[in-house]
Design a protein around this ligand. Structure first.
Ligand code: NAD
Length: 272
């Protein structure tokens, strides 16, 4: 193993890791020797990923956690520490959007219900802040650790229709820089905080925007995304792994406070 990328024995916590992107990341970290805690609101989804990892010879546990409830995250942290010991890396993967907070021909911006907007904003912003409060505290005390947030393309320029999701992901970029500086200036000069901004990946939370429900064909929006992606396709969860490994490994030991686009060129293309 190249020491620059060696994760052997490191303890990794991933939230939302019962999902598509978090699950792929959990498997990738485990395959490189990390001991992985798969946190998710849905315990069956978390257990499934952990079982898959163990079947491949890796070390993993599934742990139920609601990233919006401090007590739930504290409880999960206690389980992880008693099972694996101190946590070396946190990947804040829980997030998502919902139809009720998305403008549509029959749902104008002016009528979006505050509860739906709050739900989306909280999940995508507070849902990374609260686990960072819980898991980065011991990292700061030990002056060792890494946090990786999962942002999105709409953090740089908002995408149409998804106002709360766009705003929350922009806030995640800001929080990534803020926490990186805060921890370093508070004496934890060896704790790093970065983010990955994925382009477009087909997952449960966005399927309704990308594919026609009955035919499975691309929606006009889905086609527009592919047309605006110079590499001409949606991303696959595996496309994110190299960047994740880099950010959590010694190879990135002087990298903090950045947001890395992994988007097939989407953010570079003006559309002309
Ligand atoms: P997903 O829906 O497959 O996974 C999200 C997971 O988060 C689910 O397993 C869900 O149970 C869990 N979750 C939801 N609320 C939770 C809570 N309160 N506490 C704990 N877990 C909770 O979605 P995904 O596409 O894999 O998304 C992972 C991350 O990547 C999200 O932050 C998402 O915003 C981001 N992202 C996705 C895309 C994309 O194209 N799919 C693009 C950019 C960014």
């Amino acid at each position: 193993m190249d020491p620059l990328f060696d994760l052997t024995g490191k303890v990794a916590v991933l939230t939302g890791a019962g999902g598509v992107i978090g699950g792929a990341m959990a498997k990738a970290l485990a395959a490189r020797g990390a001991r992985v805690a798969v946190l998710d609101l849905m315990p069956a989804a978390a257990d499934k990923i952990a079982t898959d990892i163990r079947a491949e010879g890796g070390e993993a546990i599934g742990v139920k956690a609601n990233v919006l409830e401090r007590d739930s995250v504290e409880e999960a942290a206690a389980t992880v520490v008693s099972e694996f010991g101190p946590v070396d890396m946190l990947v804040n993967g829980a997030g998502g959007n919902k139809k009720e907070a998305t403008t549509a021909p029959d749902l104008s911006f002016f009528d979006l219900p505050p509860d739906a907007l709050r739900w989306v904003f909280d999940l995508n912003f507070l849902g990374s802040v609260i686990p960072s409060q819980v898991f980065a505290r011991p990292m700061a005390e030990r002056n060792d650790g890494v946090v990786v947030n999962i942002s999105s393309m709409n953090s740089f320029r908002p995408l149409t229709r998804i106002v709360a999701y766009s705003g929350a992901k922009a806030a995640i970029n800001n929080f990534t820089q803020w926490l990186a500086v805060h921890l370093n200036q508070g004496g934890a000069s060896n704790v790093r905080v970065n983010a990955i901004a994925p382009g477009f990946f087909e997952t449960a939370q966005n399927k309704f925007l990308l594919r026609e429900e009955k035919s499975g064909d691309l929606t006009p929006r889905g086609q527009q995304i592919v047309d605006h992606t110079p590499m001409g396709r949606f991303g696959e969860p595996d496309d994110l792994i190299g960047t994740l490994i880099w950010l959590v490994s010694p190879a990135a030991k002087f990298v903090t406070g950045i947001v890395v686009p992994v988007d097939g060129g989407f953010s570079a293309y003006s559309g002309v």
